[in-house]
Structures are given as C-alpha cells and as structure tokens.
Design a protein around this ligand. Structure first.
Ligand SMILES: *Cc1c(COP(=O)(O)O)cnc(C)c1O
Length: 261
C-alpha cells in the first residue's frame, strides 16, 4: 500500500497503526468469515484523496479505509480453468507509468478490453508490454505463470507489472519444493511455439482474490489455444492446495505469512 502510495504522492500510512486497525475490524466482524471451502473474508484497505479542490495537484487530505466482504471464488469457474483473451490493441501500462502501483487508474484503462473479452465469452485479458506488444506482462488482476517442459516461467518485474504478493509467495514455495522457476522476459510467440510443439504444460494466474487460477484457453489472433485439455494441472493444484492450507492453518506457513486473530 505504501509503495503504491509513494508513486501517487500519497503520504505513507503508519504500518503498525494500519495493522492494529485491520485486526480489530476482522475481530469485530468475525461472524462474517464464511466457513465453506473456497470462501474467505476479502479485506480491501485503500486510501482516497478527500481535499475539496479542483486543482490537478496532490491532495492535502486523505482517508484510509478498510472494507471487507465475505466472498466466494473470484471467477465463476472457481478452481476450474478460465478462458483468457490476449489483448492485441490496447495496452495497460508502460515502464515509468503506474503499472507497478495498485491504483484504480490501471483498472480504468483496462475496462474496455475486459468488456470485449466478456463479449467473446472470455473472463479476462492477458496484457502484453506497452512498447513492443510482444512480451507477456500479466492478467487484469493476477500475475501469470507458464509451465514449459517442466520449468515454471513468470515475467520478470520490469516496472510495468504489479509485483503481487501471491506471485512472490508462490515463487518462494516453488523454490522450496525444488520446482524450477524462472523470472524472465517471455514473448507471446514463445508461448504459441511451445503450445504448437506440445510443450506448454500449464498456464495459471496468481492473486489475492483469484488465489491460483488455471487458464484453460487463450485467444490470440483469432485462434484459441487449448491448454492441458482445459483441466487443472499438477503445479497449479499443488500451489492452490499449499496456499489455501497455509491460509486456513492446516499447513505451517513461513514466518510472518500468517496471523491468528
Ligand atoms: C492485485 C493485482 C495482482 C495480484 O496481486 P496480489 O498482491 O497477489 O493480490 C496482479 N496484477 C494486478 C494488475 C493486480 O491489480
């Protein structure tokens, strides 16, 4: 939150204060925590500018708000693979812009693409880089991973990709389990070639809301790539189980990853 705030000239919030407030709110609202598997209490802290002014300038007043909602899975498909459209015309972010900050403006620029994806029966957009329209960046609200010939690959953080905490955590889990993981530039051509050669084993996204979301189909230049027979792959399933078991206390998480309230 503070890293994103800095990019937007919002003063940092005191971390201890924010966490005490968040824990108190969850504690008060504990009856709203849903108990069914795959559900959770979604917590969304955010900061908005509240100064009454017409100037295009940083605000002198801000409000820090935490809202929560019981939630089911992010996609109606749940853990079942989703269909993703690779965007060919619009771009989400460029290096030097606000792509690596968690800010609503990034979503504003992505809505038209989501709308087109939905109209074609796809859940979300896979963004390519804003300069060459060639390197894979991320999906609208999740980071993206590919498994090619046993190796997991995710785009390196270039400055235009949101550095998701789920991405970082899953890279850690993969390393701990000796599953090869590479953070590097990956082009859409490499994905297509791997698919055509039969070596594209899995595609999945990671995010707080999406958890681990397998991708079963990619639309690119009018062609639909079917991935892993539109079934969840073993790596996505393993990461999903590991993450949700840590969240629910069935599996011990690394230090500071979980807090009991
Ligand atoms: C929120 C978000 C993610 C996922 O980030 P997490 O910290 O893992 O929840 C990825 N990409 C975008 C664009 C996002 O807005």
């Amino acid at each position: 939150l503070n890293r994103s705030a800095e990019r937007l000239c919002i003063p940092p919030i005191d971390e201890t204060f924010a966490l005490v407030a968040l824990k108190q709110l969850v504690s008060i609202d504990r009856d709203w925590v849903p108990q069914q598997p795959g559900t959770s209490l979604y917590i969304r802290p955010f900061i908005i500018a509240t100064e009454a002014s017409l100037d295009v300038d940083e605000s002198t007043e801000y409000q820090f708000v935490i809202i929560m909602s019981p939630s089911g899975s992010y996609y109606k498909e749940g853990i079942n693979p989703v269909k993703i459209m690779v965007e060919e015309k619009y771009v989400r972010a460029v290096v030097g812009g606000t792509g690596e900050a968690k800010t609503s403006g990034n979503y504003a620029s992505s809505l038209i693409s989501s709308k087109e994806a939905h109209a074609r029966g796809f859940s979300q957009t896979l963004w390519l880089d804003g300069k060459e329209n060639k390197y894979v960046e991320e999906v609208g609200s999740m980071n993206i991973f590919f498994k090619i010939e046993g190796k997991v690959i995710t785009p390196a953080l270039t400055g235009s990709i949101l550095p998701g905490i789920t991405r970082e955590s899953m890279i850690h889990v993969l390393k701990q389990n000796n599953i090869p993981i590479e953070e590097r530039a990956i082009t859409i051509d490499e994905i297509i070639q791997a698919h055509d050669a039969g070596t594209l084993e899995e595609v999945f996204g990671t995010g707080t809301a999406a958890v681990i979301s397998p991708v079963g189909r990619l639309l690119w230049q009018g062609e639909e790539l079917i991935i892993h027979n539109e079934e969840i792959g073993e790596t996505a399933q393993f990461l999903y189980d590991t993450l949700t078991n840590m969240q629910t206390g069935r599996l011990e998480a690394p230090l500071n990853w979980t807090t009991r309230i």
